[in-house]
Design a protein around this ligand. Structure first.
Ligand SMILES: Cc1cc2nc3c(=O)[nH]c(=O)nc-3n(C[C@H](O)[C@H](O)[C@H](O)COP(=O)(O)OP(=O)(O)OC[C@H]3O[C@@H](n4cnc5c(N)ncnc54)[C@H](O)[C@@H]3O)c2cc1C
Length: 408
C-alpha cells in the first residue's frame, strides 16, 4: 500500500491535517504516533474509578475563531463551560486573574470598580522599558500583588525568576476592575461533550486514514512507501539535535481519586506560594460528569521530561531560528504544530495553523478548504461502535505490519 502522506503525530496538528487530506482531498494518509493513543496532549480517558481525566493536564477549549469552532463541531457536540480559577493566597481562595473581588477579599475592603482602578494606579510601579515578565506585572499591579500572585508561581512553573522571562509570558494575564472571574474572555468557550479522545476518533474515522500507534516514525520511514511527510514532533529531534536541545519545561502529573463528590469550588486552584505543585485540577468541573467520587491532578513542574512548554527566552528563539532554517530547506517535509515550530500554542491556534497549512497544500482560501468534502464522511459523523471496531482493526493490522517489517 502506498500513502500520499505520512503524518507524524496524532495530536491536533496531525489529526486535523489527516482529516482534511482524507476527507477534503481524497488522499491516503498514514498517521503515526509513538504514544499508545491518538489525541496528543489533549488525550483524555476514564481512570480506574470511571472518571474522565486528561492524561497531560487540564485542557480547556476556548477560541475567538468561529471557523475553528465550527470545524471542530463536525466531530463533537459541546458542553458549555466557562473556566474559573482560584489562587490560594494568605489562607484564602481568591479569583485569578485578579479582579475587584480578589482585592476586596484579600484586604477586607468594599471598593467599587472605579475605586479599585485607582487602587491599582496607586500601587503600580510603571517601568519605562517593559522587557521582562516582572516589568509587566509590577508595572500594572505593584510589587505586593506581584509577590503574592505571580513571583512564586512563575518561579515554580519556569524555574526562572520573572525578571529573567520575556514580557510575553505574563503579558496575556489580564487584571480586571469588575467582578468577571472567568479565566478566558473568548467568544467560544466549551468542552467536547464526550471528551477529546472521542472528538479525535470521530475526526479520524475515515477509510483513507490509517493509524499506527506505539511507533516512532523512524521505524517505518523506509519501509512504508509514501509521497510526502508532515511532521508535528520536536523540530530539534528531527535534525538529531544538530545545534543542541531546544529547552522545554516539563511537568509531572500526580493523579488522585477521593471518596468525595466535590473537593474544590472551581476546576483549578493555583498555589503560587505553598507546595511544590503549581496547581490542582478537579476534572468533574470541566466534564460535568456525575460521580460519587472525584479525581484530581497535581502538577509539578520539571526541567527534564516530555517537552511541554517552550521556554520563552531570546537565546532559545535564536536557537529555534537555526532549526527553522533547516526545516525550510526540507521541501519534502512540512513542519506543523507546537513542537515542530517551538511555540506555545493553544489547541485552537494549532487547529487554525493546520487548517492554513491544508489550504496552502490545496491552493484554496482557508474557509473554502476547511469546508471541502471531496470524500464525505458517512453520516452521522459521531462514531458508531461498528466504525470504532473497523478503526481498531486497521490499527492492529498496521501495527502487525510494522512489527513484521521491523523484524524482517
Ligand atoms: C499541561 C498543558 C496544558 C494545556 N492546556 C491547554 C488548554 O487548557 N487549552 C488549550 O487550548 N491548550 C492547552 N495546551 C496546549 C495543547 O496541548 C496544544 O495546543 C496541543 O496539544 C498541540 O497539538 P500538537 O498536535 O501541535 O502537539 P501534540 O498534542 O503534542 O502532538 C504531537 C504528537 O506527536 C507525537 N510524536 C512526536 N514525535 C514523534 C515521533 N518521532 N514519532 C511518532 N510520533 C511522534 C507525540 O507523541 C504527540 O502525540 C496545554 C498544553 C499543556 C502541556
Amino acid at each position: 500500500m502506498k500513502f500520499d502522506y505520512l503524518i507524524v503525530g496524532a495530536g491536533f496538528a496531525g489529526s486535523v491535517l489527516a482529516e482534511r487530506l482524507a476527507r477534503g482531498s481524497g488522499k491516503k494518509v498514514l498517521l503515526v504516533d509513538r504514544r499508545s493513543h491518538i489525541g496528543g496532549n489533549a488525550y483524555d480517558h476514564y481512570d480506574d474509578a470511571g472518571i474522565l481525566v486528561h492524561k497531560y493536564g487540564p485542557h480547556i477549549f476556548h477560541t475567538n475563531s468561529r471557523e475553528v469552532f465550527e470545524y471542530l463541531s463536525n466531530f463533537t457536540r459541546w458542553r458549555q463551560y466557562e473556566h474559573r480559577v482560584r489562587a490560594s493566597v494568605d489562607g484564602q481562595l481568591v479569583p485569578i486573574p485578579i479582579n475587584l473581588d480578589t482585592i476586596n477579599q484579600l484586604y477586607g475592603l468594599k471598593l467599587t470598580s472605579m475605586e479599585v482602578e485607582k487602587f491599582f494606579e496607586s500601587v503600580a510601579e510603571p517601568r519605562e522599558h517593559v522587557r521582562t515578565s516582572e516589568d509587566v506585572v509590577v508595572g500594572r499591579v505593584g510589587r505586593e500583588l506581584y509577590e503574592k500572585f505571580f513571583r512564586g508561581y512563575t518561579r515554580k512553573q519556569w524555574g526562572l525568576d520573572p525578571s529573567q522571562l520575556d514580557a510575553m509570558v505574563t503579558a496575556r494575564v489580564p487584571v480586571r476592575t469588575n467582578r468577571d472571574d472567568r479565566y478566558f474572555g473568548d467568544t467560544y468557550q466549551a468542552m467536547p461533550l464526550r471528551g477529546y479522545t472521542r472528538l479525535f476518533e470521530n475526526m479520524l474515522d475515515h477509510d483513507n486514514v490509517k493509524i499506527l500507534l506505539n511507533t516512532d516514525y523512524r521505524e517505518i520511514l523506509d519501509v512504508i512507501p509514501h509521497d510526502k511527510m508532515i511532521y508535528t514532533g520536536p523540530v530539534d529531534e528531527f535534525f538529531d539535535y544538530r545545534y543542541g536541545k531546544l529547552p522545554y519545561r516539563s511537568l509531572k502529573f500526580e493523579f488522585e481519586t477521593v471518596n468525595e463528590a466535590r473537593v474544590q469550588p472551581v476546576a483549578v486552584v493555583n498555589y503560587p506560594n505553598e507546595h511544590l505543585y503549581t496547581r490542582v485540577t478537579e476534572f468533574k468541573h470541566l466534564t460535568g460528569q456525575e460521580h460519587p467520587k472525584s479525581s484530581l491532578v497535581y502538577e509539578y513542574p520539571l526541567s527534564e521530561g516530555d517537552p511541554y512548554y517552550p521556554v520563552p527566552r531570546p537565546e532559545n528563539n535564536e536557537l529555534y531560528k537555526k532549526y527553522q532554517a533547516l526545516a525550510e530547506e526540507r521541501s519534502d517535509v512540512l513542519f506543523v504544530g507546537r513542537l515542530a515550530t517551538y511555540k506555545y500554542y493553544n489547541m485552537d491556534q494549532v487547529v487554525a495553523q493546520a487548517l492554513s497549512v491544508y489550504a496552502r497544500i490545496v491552493g484554496q482560501k482557508r474557509a473554502e478548504a476547511t469546508r471541502a468534502q471531496a470524500v464525505p464522511a458517512p453520516r452521522p459523523v459521531l462514531a458508531s461502535p461498528a466504525s470504532k471496531r473497523r478503526r481498531a482493526a486497521v490499527t492492529v493490522s498496521l501495527t502487525e505490519t510494522a512489527v513484521a517489517l521491523k523484524g524482517a
